[in-house]
Design a protein around this ligand. Structure first.
Ligand SMILES: C[S@@+](CC[C@H](N)C(=O)[O-])C[C@H]1O[C@@H](n2cnc3c(N)ncnc32)[C@H](O)[C@@H]1O
Length: 253
């Protein structure tokens, strides 16, 4: 763990909610990761399943699942992020149960879910992940799947860039809308062992953005798809070397 800096996470995300999706759309590596995650969700969750997104933000993943006939409960600690999600709900007319709720208070949800997700570093903003894991174990049915997409402790492209420039360590301040936000970086396997292993089996782990550094992808132009193709392969071989990791967990019986 690293970088307990301070801060009111909800307030910080309230400040960027209106611009959040537009900013993300400008980042091709984020688009690549989102496509990988959605392919993973499509393989895992099916029409009629009920899935909990416990750091839902503006609901990008919730809408993807709902459009495929999956029932979604979307929670987030930031009222403005949930307000953006609700605006999209009106526009898109999909049934998503959206609530302002901290992941640490999952025990207040009474339903049983077929699975749960957290993407784009939402879990790196949660201080008490063992508690969240325990509550998830109660909320997700045995055999249900939890997919976690978080910021990794070590990142190959960043370590290489830092070594070449003889500076910079991973784990500096995370800034959202210009404000510093407290965050925690994890090795995916250590995180699984420390918080999730008592309740969840590890089915699969892979890395994303191991080779696909944003600066490289921007410079690559038409070769960017080749970088993403290589990244996908290397990510399976080096699950703990990407900017992000994905853990696919199964609720123990
Ligand atoms: C970077 S955004 C990702 C949002 C969304 N998953 C996506 O992929 O676009 C991280 C989200 O986690 C939420 N978050 C942070 N800490 C949280 C907590 N303890 N409980 C619930 N949500 C939290 C933030 O409010 C923010 O909306």
């Amino acid at each position: 763990m690293a970088n307990l800096i301070s801060t009111d996470v909800a307030h910080v995300f309230d400040g960027v909610a209106a611009e959040y999706e537009a900013q993300l759309a400008r980042n091709p590596v984020a688009g690549y990761m989102r496509a990988e995650l959605h392919a993973h969700f499509a393989r895992t969750f099916h029409r009629g399943d009920h899935v909990l997104d416990f750091t839902a933000g503006t609901g990008i993943d919730a809408f993807f699942l709902a459009a495929r006939g999956v029932r979604v409960t979307a929670i987030d600690i930031s009222p403005a992020m949930i307000a953006e999600l609700r605006k999209n709900l009106v526009r898109r007319g999909l049934p998503i149960d959206a609530r302002v709720l901290a992941a640490e208070r999952l025990s207040e949800l009474e339903e049983r879910y077929d699975g749960a997700i957290s993407t784009f570093a939402g879990l790196n903003l949660i201080a008490d992940l063992p508690r969240v894991a325990e509550n998830l174990a109660r909320a997700v049915r045995p055999g249900g799947c939890v997919i976690l997409h978080g910021l990794n402790q070590f990142c190959l492209w960043q370590a290489t860039a830092s070594a070449l420039r003889h500076r910079g360590e991973r784990g500096g301040a995370l800034r959202v809308g210009g404000k510093r936000v407290a965050h925690f970086l994890y090795d995916p396997f250590a995180l699984w062992r420390a918080a999730f292993a008592p309740h969840f089996k590890l089915r699969q782990a892979y890395g994303l953005s191991i080779l696909a550094a944003p600066a490289l992808v921007k410079r690559a132009g038409r070769l960017a798809p080749a970088i993403f193709w290589a990244d996908r392969i290397v990510g399976r071989m080096l699950p703990a070397a990407g900017d992000f990791f994905v853990l696919d967990l199964e609720r123990r019986a």
